[in-house]
Design a protein around this ligand. Structure first.
Ligand SMILES: [Zn+2]
Length: 278
């Protein structure tokens, strides 16, 4: 599943490639992909200039300027969810999983999604430039104090809280595991059992891991490829995620895995021991 670094990689790629270009066509083989409807999205983007590409958490936003004569700008929100992919390569060969194509003259954006969970939504006119109301601040933009305030209201394992997009958005399973390992914190630890400096260390670890992953253009596990079809390079930098039973790079102990809220948590039982403070 694409997380913040993968979506940021796509956003930067699309920004460099397409901002300032005019959308000349929209074609869809599966129209339920669009909200509120294909016709509404088609009307809102075809003939308009793409003026910006931004990201919030795991959401991607395409902004289109008004028509030359009249009309208000429009804003599309793209959510790749589990298996959504975006391709822009010229010789891309669409298969049966490609559901839509945006054209910008010669340049195309292909939307491919095997499991069809992804969505392309037209935001309401005048809607604030923010993602849905239940999505928290972006993990790379939120400050420590605000993050801690939102986190401390919940009594749950930290791994679950990191995945909770209402607290802060952008982290998924891979980067949650990596950040907890870097901070030396067991995934089942609750915020209440940690001291302020440990939570600060976790916050800094999350930021560090996300920024590093962006520099390496994300992690490819099964599906993620960047906008031009290249896999992300962060996979070989992973310390715990996907390394069950392999030796911890710090202490040599086999990496453990446990099931938590239906997801896997990977951790080193020695470097991330379950310590609590009285
Ligand atoms: Zn270890």
């Amino acid at each position: 599943m694409p997380e913040l670094p993968e979506v940021e990689t796509i956003a930067r790629g699309l920004h460099d490639l397409l901002v300032g270009k005019r959308c000349t066509g929209l074609h869809a083989g599966w129209k339920k992909l669009f909200e509120p409807s294909f016709a509404a999205v088609n009307r809102a983007v075809v003939g308009r200039l793409l003026t910006d590409v931004t990201r919030h958490g795991k959401y991607l936003f395409l902004e289109f300027g008004g028509f030359d004569d009249a009309g208000k700008p429009s804003r599309l929100m793209l959510h790749l969810r589990m298996t959504g992919q975006i391709f822009t390569i010229a010789d891309f060969q669409p298969d049966k999983h490609v559901h839509a194509r945006f054209s910008f003259g010669e340049q195309n954006i292909w939307w491919r999604d095997i499991r069809k969970f992804g969505r392309i939504a037209l935001l309401k006119e005048g809607a604030k430039a923010d993602p849905p109301a239940n999505i928290g601040p972006d993990m790379l933009k939120i400050g420590f104090t605000e993050w801690l305030r939102r986190l401390s209201q919940r009594q749950a394992p930290l791994k679950n809280l990191l995945l909770n997009q209402q607290i802060a958005s952008g982290i998924g399973n891979i980067y949650a595991d990596e950040a907890l390992y870097r901070a030396g914190i067991h995934p089942l630890t609750t915020p209440f059992s940690l001291q302020a400096e440990e939570l600060k260390r976790l916050f800094q670890s999350i930021r560090h891991i996300l920024r590093l992953a962006i520099r390496y253009q994300g992690t490819t596990f099964s599906d993620f490829v960047d906008f031009s079809g290249r896999p992300g390079n962060f996979r070989r930098r992973l310390q715990v995620y996907g390394r069950t039973n392999e030796a911890c790079y710090r202490c040599g102990t086999p990496i453990s895995r446990l099931k938590l809220a239906g997801r896997s948590a990977h951790f080193c039982p020695v470097c991330q021991s379950e310590t609590t403070h009285p």
